[in-house]
Design a protein around this ligand. Structure first.
Ligand code: ATP
Length: 257
């Protein structure tokens, strides 16, 4: 039996009449990188937020390290949350804090580390993503989008999480910077021995960072497999998505003009 870090079964979530997740089953093996693909509005972010505990699902099960987390008390939840690191779409840095303090934030406020030790860790993590100590003194507004992503990656790995979530890690970057970020993600995840769960629309990113891939459509995982098999999945929905074709079984809700 595969050793699973995250196991999702029958997960459902509706907002009003809209059934966003309709029985999601997902296995994320320990120490591996799984990328979820799927069209806009198919529930990828809602799924991740359910796993993070930010949205309470209507029904279904989410196990982390074999422990059921749906319906868990807040205090127990906090212990589980300590296992997580997150790289948000758009980086989500604090504008009013210098870069080093952004990276050190979880260490100081979450782990109670003293500022000097936290700064030392932050500068080491910045170096791991190719940024010098001088960048640590700058503010996020002074950085390019690519540098902001590196800072966000340094922040995600600073607490040495067991599981890292990447939400559209390459959105808004040029192809070369996107590849730099992809390679840093692989390097950082491997060096931590972490499990990674990502969302992306970027097929280059999927090929670079994923061991496994899964596709979500109409509230369910309709295909999952080895990332290398994504180009010859034999699944018409996956093929349409990967090839970016307008025609196929995936229906996009387009309003008439
Ligand atoms: N808090 C909320 N309240 C109401 N509806 C929501 C809420 N969060 C998400 N939704 C709805 O759930 C659906 C799925 O949203 P979600 O953000 O998960 O999509 P996504 O697959 O991540 O899309 P994208 O790739 O465009 O980011 C959308 O129709 C969205 O409007």
């Amino acid at each position: 039996m595969t050793d699973l870090k995250i196991k999702v079964r029958g997960l459902k979530k509706a907002f009003g009449a809209k059934q966003v997740l309709n029985g999601v089953d997902l296995d994320v093996p320990r120490g591996q990188s799984l990328v979820i693909i799927g069209g806009s509005g198919t529930g990828k972010s809602v799924l991740i937020k359910c796993i993070l505990g930010l949205i309470e699902p209507d029904s279904g099960s989410i196990e982390i390290d074999g422990q059921e987390v749906v319906g868990m008390k807040t205090s127990q939840r906090e212990d589980i949350m300590r296992k997580f690191g997150m790289l948000f779409q758009g980086s989500a840095l604090f504008d009013s804090l210098p870069v080093w303090e952004n990276v050190a934030f979880g260490l100081i406020s979450g782990r109670g580390m003293d500022r000097k030790s936290a700064k030392d860790v932050a500068l080491r993590k910045l170096a791991a993503v190719g940024l010098g100590a001088e960048v640590g003194e700058l503010f996020p507004a002074e950085l390019s989008g690519g540098m902001q992503k590196r800072v966000a990656l340094a922040r995600a790995i600073a607490v040495e999480p067991e599981i890292i979530f990447f939400d559209e890690p390459t959105t808004g970057l040029d192809p070369i910077m996107a590849q730099v970020i992809n390679e840093l993600i692989v390097k950082c995840v491997r060096s931590l021995g972490a499990t990674a769960l990502s969302i992306t629309h970027d097929m280059h990113s999927l090929r670079a960072i994923a061991d496994h891939a899964a596709m979500i459509y109409e509230g369910r995982i309709i295909w999952s497999g080895d990332a290398k098999s994504v180009d010859h999945s034999g699944n018409a929905h996956v093929e349409q998505f990967v090839q970016g074709r307008a025609e196929g079984p995936i229906r996009m809700p387009v309003r008439p003009l």
